[in-house]
Ligand binder design. Structure first.
Ligand code: DGL
Length: 283
């Protein structure tokens, strides 16, 4: 058995890398749906269907637990699949399987509170003292998931989201640092203007953006911390496996990488992030 990691493309490698560091003995199988990337501009229906197909593929390969290393899939598809598809699908298999997303650990990291904690809403107005900027795909921003879930837990935090259409695709295509910096700078300027001042903290709410986190760091105001989803997710998955020994992560240390797109080595930007070549097999 193994841990499956799913993304539309190479972005989920950021989460995969953190998971592997945390759970080195586990067997991992990665699937990038590069034939259909990017997901960020697709309809909810399409995102749900593509995410389901990716999960089936990973379960077929022997995954017991799948991590949706994609905000867009986690925000748009996860709850739907858990409610409408997974219970029936689970019955058709003779082993325990589950799918986890990356929004919950990110909200926990951003609020400093466990997911179960929903603050009591009091009538009096709470001053927003902490301005959090979320950079994400169009679909994730449209879902307002970060605004809604953070507001339920921390009324002193104001969330502003900035859709960065095209940025995930630039990373898939291995765009150069100058072009990436220009695009990221424009988004940081746009959200700063909208807020009226620089943000206090930032979430890279698309796993692709972690591959260019250094450019975000250089572009965001000095002292504006970035909440990193890969680390938060790896911690959460480790704790989840401790609580749920029924999901078998394997012990062989296997690493396989599948793509629905063109098999082969990934671009130089991915290699620089990964620290060496990453070769995807045909799914
Ligand atoms: N990496 C994904 C995310 O975290 C999706 C990017 C895309 O395919 O548009 O949202």
């Amino acid at each position: 058995m193994s841990i499956g990691v799913f993304d539309s493309g190479v972005g989920g490698l950021s989460v995969h890398r953190a998971l592997v560091r945390k759970l080195p003995a586990a067997d991992f199988i990665y699937l990038g749906d590069q034939a259909n990337a990017p997901y960020g501009g697709k309809s909810g229906e399409e995102i749900v269907e593509l995410t389901k197909a990716g999960c089936v593929r990973l379960f077929d390969e022997g995954a017991s637990l799948i991590v949706l290393a994609c905000n867009t899939a986690s925000a748009i598809a996860l709850r739907r699949l858990q409610q409408t598809w997974l219970p029936g699908y689970r019955k058709s298999l003779s082993r325990p399987v589950n799918v986890l997303g990356i929004i919950v650990p990110t909200i926990e990291a951003a609020t400093g509170l466990p997911w179960e904690h929903e603050s009591e809403r009091r009538g009096d107005k709470v001053e927003k003292v902490d301005i959090l900027a979320v950079f994400a795909t169009r679909a994730t921003v449209a879902s307002r998931v970060y605004e809604i879930e953070i507001d339920k837990r921390r009324q002193d935090v104001a969330v502003f989201s900035e859709a960065c259409p095209g940025l995930a695709q630039m990373i898939e295509d291995g765009a150069g640092a100058v072009d990436l910096a220009k695009t990221i700078d424009a988004h940081v300027k746009a959200i700063t203007t909208r807020i009226g001042r620089p943000p206090d903290r930032a979430i890279l709410g698309c796993t692709h953006y972690e591959l260019v986190a250094d450019i975000f760091r250089a572009t965001l105001p000095r002292g504006c911390p970035i909440i990193h989803q890969p680390a938060a997710t790896a911690d959460a998955v480790e704790r989840y496996l401790e609580r749920h020994p029924e999901y078998d992560p394997g012990t062989g240390g296997a690493r396989r990488f599948l793509t629905t797109g063109e098999p082969g080595a990934q671009n130089a930007l991915v290699e620089a992030f990964w620290g060496g070549p990453v070769t995807f097999e045909a799914a």
